[in-house]
Write a protein that binds this ligand. Structure first.
Ligand SMILES: *[C@@H]1O[C@H](CO)[C@@H](O)[C@H](O)[C@H]1NC(C)=O
Ligand SMILES: *[C@@H]1O[C@H](CO)[C@@H](O)[C@H](O)[C@H]1NC(C)=O
Length: 337
């Protein structure tokens, strides 16, 4: 018995590593301890220690992986390094979904990274769908305050019964609180975590104007510090009993990444004031009635035109020449699943 306990401890030690990454107290996993290859034969490459995964896009295929389990609420996180140079038309996505189980009423939470022509920056988009609300996209777009191709940065999605928070490193960049008015649009069924790279030539860069150029392939997105934290659910038992997840959900709600301190809220506001370039909440052409989860901030609203895009480029610290603004004509994406 002592030996088996020792072995269990050893396995635990080898597998899961509790580390403080970007200020969060989370346990990272090796790829084989929570994820499976989804598509792109040969285009998913693991590091020898199994803790870093490269997803490759070449002229034959993109690639993707999926969590081996479904989660009923959770914290999903990875450090991601994006491909550099000419990456127009490329989409890297890190998201949760249950579209393969509930094709008509699926839920989805997205981080989408949209490639760029050389010299311009990747843009990032978040989105929320619930119960098949595919005709009510909730896009927000941002530019990044750093070069996401130079170093890996941590991108995280927190999904609890009461709220959703998207993080970049330690900074919360978007919060969606559940409300009765939002109804089924708030994700409410178990989801899997996905990571993919694919050719989005038809829409990803300036509304499809710039396509993927395969002479620059392969394009590689690198994922590490993988975190899956939440209530694991049997895929067969698609709608879990709430008791089964009660303890895990309480733990999730009490974790540092689930608690919005005044300091974190201030950091979120600063990020959004500086880097948000589109918000569905200010797009009155698209939604004449503001979506119920929108928190209209008058001081922020002034920056946006009725199309939901910023009127003028956000203030910059670096030279203007290096950082031309994305086109306001960019089209919105479809749900990934
Ligand atoms: C980190 O989390 C673990 C378990 O989830 C807990 O035992 C430990 O006390 C936490 N450490 C800190 C510094 O909060
Ligand atoms: C989800 O959508 C289905 C089908 O449209 C509907 O019957 C159901 O009431 C919705 N659930 C919620 C929670 O809104």
């Amino acid at each position: 018995m002592a030996i088996s306990r020792f072995l269990t401890a050893l396995v635990f030690f080898l597998g899961a590593t509790t580390v403080t990454v970007s200020g969060f107290n989370v346990t990272t996993r090796a790829f084989d301890e929570g994820y499976s290859h989804l598509f792109g034969e040969g285009n998913l490459v693991r590091s020898p220690d199994g803790r870093t995964v490269r997803l490759v896009l070449n002229r034959y295929s993109g690639a993707g992986f999926i969590s081996s389990d479904l989660y009923y609420h959770g914290f999903f996180s990875a450090s991601i390094k994006l491909p550099s140079d000419y990456t127009a038309g490329i989409v890297v996505a890190f998201y949760t979904s249950n579209g393969d189980i509930f094709p008509k009423t699926h839920d989805e939470l997205d981080f989408e990274f949209l490639g760029s022509v050389r010299g311009e920056r990747w843009r990032i988009q978040t989105n929320v769908y619930g119960n098949g609300s595919t005709n009510r996209g909730r896009e927000e777009r941002y530019i990044l305050p750093f070069d996401p191709t130079k170093d890996a940065h941590r991108y995280s999605i927190l999904w609890t019964a009461t709220h959703i928070i998207f993080y970049i490193d330690n900074t919360p960049i978007r919060e969606v609180a559940r409300s009765d008015a939002m109804g089924g649009d708030f994700p409410s069924k178990p989801m899997s975590l996905y990571a993919t790279i694919w050719d989005g030539s038809t829409w990803a860069t300036s509304g499809g104007k710039y396509k993927v150029k395969y002479k620059y392939a392969p394009f590689i997105a690198e994922f590490s510090d993988l975190v899956l934290h939440g209530c694991r659910v049997d895929p067969i038992q698609q709608v879990p009993s709430t008791e089964h997840c009660m303890e895990a959900n309480d733990e999730l709600m009490a974790a540092d990444f689930a608690i919005m301190t005044p300091r974190k809220r201030a950091a979120m506001r600063r990020f959004r004031e500086r880097y948000m370039t589109y918000s569905v909440c200010y797009d009155t052409l698209r939604y004449s009635d503001t979506l119920p989860d929108c928190n209209i901030i008058p001081s922020e609203q002034g920056r946006f035109s009725e199309s939901g895009h910023t009127k003028s480029p956000p203030r910059r610290r670096r030279s203007r020449r290096q950082n031309r603004m994305p086109s306001a004509a960019d089209t919105m994406s479809q749900p990934i699943v």
